[in-house]
Design a protein around this ligand. Structure first.
Ligand code: NAD
Ligand code: MG
Length: 351
């Protein structure tokens, strides 16, 4: 077991918010992350301008919250730190629209490294390029801040034109609440590649394939779809919650000895080292050599044909209908998801 951190973690005492005293931050976008960053910065006493398009439906929300809203290029020109919180796929176009407002010594800041790492945005050498990325969806960035807490975050410096880019990034992390929890130092490359790998191989791709294959195996063998859905899809949350709380051993200790022995002996029948590693290494290779990025960028330039097709197929998967009927018929962990649903409604995308 690894018993020492290999990375640096920063807390409140490592950050000096007075770095932002004469600083104006333009928060571009008012979605999941944007609303949380703008409101937290504002309440921390930082001058904030929200950058939104004229016809953006988030405009009223931001103004009602007491924030100043301007067009993205105007906000960026007036600001010292420009925070890119529009969707990653539209960031290159938004950058084109605001880049004239980046003066020497300004900072262009991200919450994800994709566009810098894969060269979709190439800022001039005389601006700082930094990342402050909460490791959490925006509604939690906001909610924890309001409670006097914070979510963990990442900090990375790609380009340090002023010599104090990191101090400024840490001050920003403090102003949105992240240093209350802990901010881990990383690089644009590491954040981008591990993020893509994680969501493809394990979190979003791996887990859903495992669920669907498990479901189909039971249904094809003649078991009822409802039972298959419970066992292979719905209950995953209960197991993941235990691992989230206390690691793998907390989970093994909480399930029955039969489940533990069965899991420890049979898990590898399904996700065996050779096959899994071969697939995962391929995923990682396509992330590292830019093949995935090229494919996704070209999808976005051609109106997303494969994306739409895959999404349609997923929507039509039998398990989706079964899950929907089950959620209507019995309450599947409603108490816990209610809290999330309520807060998600305040985070309306405006497109
Ligand atoms: P989002 O989709 O929730 O919100 C994007 C907002 O951008 C929209 O609400 C809208 O206000 C604005 N917008 C959309 N299209 C625009 C356009 N063409 N021009 C101008 N404005 C436009 O996005 P998000 O999930 O908050 O992601 C923002 C950034 O934060 C991304 O880089 C993402 O990778 C990163 N990030 C997200 C999360 C998360 O959990 N959501 C976590 C960490 C980092
Ligand atoms: Mg400027």
């Amino acid at each position: 077991m690894a018993d020492e951190f290999t990375t640096t973690v920063y807390y409140d005492d490592d950050a000096d918010e007075s770095m932002l005293d004469d600083t104006t931050v333009a928060v571009l976008g008012y979605g999941s992350q944007g609303h949380a960053h703008a409101l937290n910065l504002h309440e921390s006493g930082v001058d904030v301008i929200v950058g939104l398009r004229e016809n953006s439906s988030s405009r009223a929300d931001a103004e009602d919250a007491g924030l100043t809203v301007k067009a993205p290029d105007v906000a960026a020109a007036e600001a010292d730190i420009v925070k890119m919180l529009v969707p990653d796929t539209v960031q290159p176009a938004v950058y084109e629209a605001i880049s004239d407002g980046l003066e020497a010594g300004d900072t262009l800041q991200f919450a994800h490294g994709f566009n810098i790492h894969y060269g979709q945005i190439e800022p001039p050498e005389d601006v700082n390029v930094t990342m402050v990325a909460p490791k959490s969806p925006g509604h939690l960035v906001r909610r924890t801040y309001e409670r006097g807490e914070g979510v963990p975050g990442l900090v990375a410096i790609y380009q340090d034109a002023t010599g104090d880019a990191k101090e400024q990034a840490l001050a920003y992390a403090k102003a949105i609440g992240c240093t209350r929890s802990g901010v881990i130092e990383t690089t644009f490359q590491e954040e981008t590649e591990t993020d893509l790998f994680g969501e493809q191989a394990v979190l979003c791709g791996g887990v859903t394939e495992l669920m669907k294959q498990g479901y189909e195996t039971l249904v094809d063998a003649g078991y009822s779809p409802e039972m298959a859905y419970f066992e292979c899809i719905n209950e995953v949350k209960l197991i993941v919650d235990l691992i989230y709380e206390g690691g793998l051993m907390e989970m093994w200790n909480s399930v029955s000895d039969t489940a533990e022995y069965g899991g420890l002996t049979r898990g590898e029948y399904v996700v065996d080292e050779d096959v899994a590693r071969e697939g995962m290494e391929q995923v990682l290779e396509e992330v590292q050599n830019g093949e995935f990025a090229r494919e996704w960028i070209s999808e976005n330039q051609t109106n997303r044909p494969s994306y739409k097709q895959l999404r349609q197929a997923e929507q039509e998967h039998d398990a989706e209908g079964v899950g929907e009927r089950l959620r209507e018929a019995v309450s599947l962990g409603q108490s816990e998801s209610d809290e999330k649903e309520n807060t998600e409604e305040e985070v309306t995308a405006d497109d």
